[in-house]
Write a protein that binds this ligand. Structure first.
Ligand SMILES: [Ca+2]
Ligand SMILES: [Ca+2]
Ligand SMILES: [Ca+2]
Length: 274
C-alpha cells in the first residue's frame, strides 16, 4: 500500500514537473502550434503558365498560379528566379538581387495571404531580344508553417519575326523563314545541301569536301562514303553497306528456294504423268 502511494506521488510530481517545463499550467488545453501543422502532403501548389513560343521583342505574359486546399488562411511568400536573357517590363514589381559566387541573380518575391481553398494568380511581363530556347527554373511558394511547394520548370522558344533577311543574331534553327542552310549564321547545320556551311569545323559539313583520304579512312563516324574498318558497327557507311549486303543475301536465298520448289513441283508432276 505504501509502495502504491509512493508511486502515485512520483507520477504526480513528474507530471507537474513536465507541464512546468513546457510553460503550461495544469488543466490548460494543448493547442498545436502552427509549426506543428504539416502541409507537405499536398495542400499547397504553384504552377507557371507561359506560352511555349513567342517572337523576338514580343511582350509575353507569365502567370504563377498559387493554390491552397488547406482549411485555414495561409501567409505565403512566392519567389521567381528571373531569366537573365529576358527584359522585365513591370516597373511596379520590385527586382530583388542575390549574389551566388559573385554572380548576381535577380528574382521577384511576393508576400500575400490566401483564404482557405482558394487561389491567387501572380502576373508579370517579359520580352526577349535574342533567339533560342530559354528555361524558367521552378518557382517556389512557402507558408508561415515553413511548408514549401515548387512549380515544374517550363520553357519558351523565341523565334524571329520574318522579314525576308537573315540578320545578325538570326539563324537557320530559330529563324528558318529568313535563314537558309549553309549560311553564315553562327550555327553549323551540316545539311547536305550543296553549300559548305562556313560555321562548321572541318569534317562536319560534307559539302565542304575538305576530308582528305586519311581523314576519311580514319574512324570519324561521318557519312563520307568510306566504310572505316576500325569502327565497323558505328560507321554509318558500314552500317548501310552491311544492310545492303544482308538484303541482297536474303533476296538471293528466297530466289534459290523458289527455284528449288518449282523444280521439285515440276519433277513430281512429271513423275505422276509417267
Ligand atoms: Ca530577319
Ligand atoms: Ca550556318
Ligand atoms: Ca552544307
Amino acid at each position: 500500500m505504501k509502495f502504491k502511494l509512493l508511486l502515485f506521488l512520483v507520477v504526480i510530481f513528474l507530471s507537474v514537473h513536465l507541464v512546468r517545463s513546457s510553460n503550461m499550467s495544469v488543466g490548460e488545453t494543448i493547442v498545436h502550434q502552427p509549426s506543428q501543422v504539416n502541409l507537405s502532403d499536398g495542400h499547397l501548389f504553384i504552377t507557371r503558365v507561359n506560352p511555349s513560343e513567342a517572337y523576338s521583342g514580343q511582350e509575353v505574359e507569365i502567370k504563377l498560379i498559387v493554390n491552397s486546399t488547406f482549411n485555414k488562411p495561409l501567409q505565403l511568400t512566392a519567389t521567381e528566379v528571373l531569366i537573365s536573357d529576358a527584359v522585365y517590363l513591370d516597373k511596379n514589381i520590385t527586382l530583388s538581387t542575390i549574389n551566388y559566387d559573385v554572380i548576381p541573380v535577380h528574382y521577384y518575391i511576393w508576400h500575400f495571404s490566401l483564404e482557405p481553398h482558394s487561389s491567387k494568380t501572380l502576373t508579370y511581363h517579359i520580352k526577349f531580344n535574342g533567339l533560342g530556347t530559354f528555361s524558367f527554373s521552378p518557382a517556389t511558394v512557402s507558408d508561415q508553417f515553413g511548408d514549401k511547394a515548387d512549380s515544374p520548370a517550363t520553357y519558351i522558344t523565341i523565334k524571329c519575326q520574318p522579314n525576308g533577311q537573315c540578320e545578325e543574331d538570326e539563324n537557320y534553327l530559330f529563324c528558318p523563314e529568313d535563314c537558309n542552310t549553309g549560311e553564315k549564321d553562327k550555327i553549323c547545320d551540316a545539311a547536305i545541301d550543296g553549300k559548305c556551311d562556313p560555321d562548321c569545323e572541318e569534317g562536319y559539313d560534307l559539302d565542304c569536301n575538305k576530308l582528305n583520304d586519311t581523314q576519311k579512312q580514319s574512324c570519324n563516324m561521318l557519312r563520307d562514303g568510306y566504310c572505316n574498318q576500325s569502327c565497323l558497327n558505328e560507321d554509318p557507311d558500314c552500317v548501310s553497306q552491311a544492310k545492303t549486303q544482308t538484303n541482297f543475301l536474303i533476296i538471293g536465298i528466297v530466289i534459290v528456294v523458289i527455284i528449288a520448289l518449282l523444280f521439285i513441283a515440276f519433277y513430281y508432276k512429271r513423275k505422276n504423268n509417267t
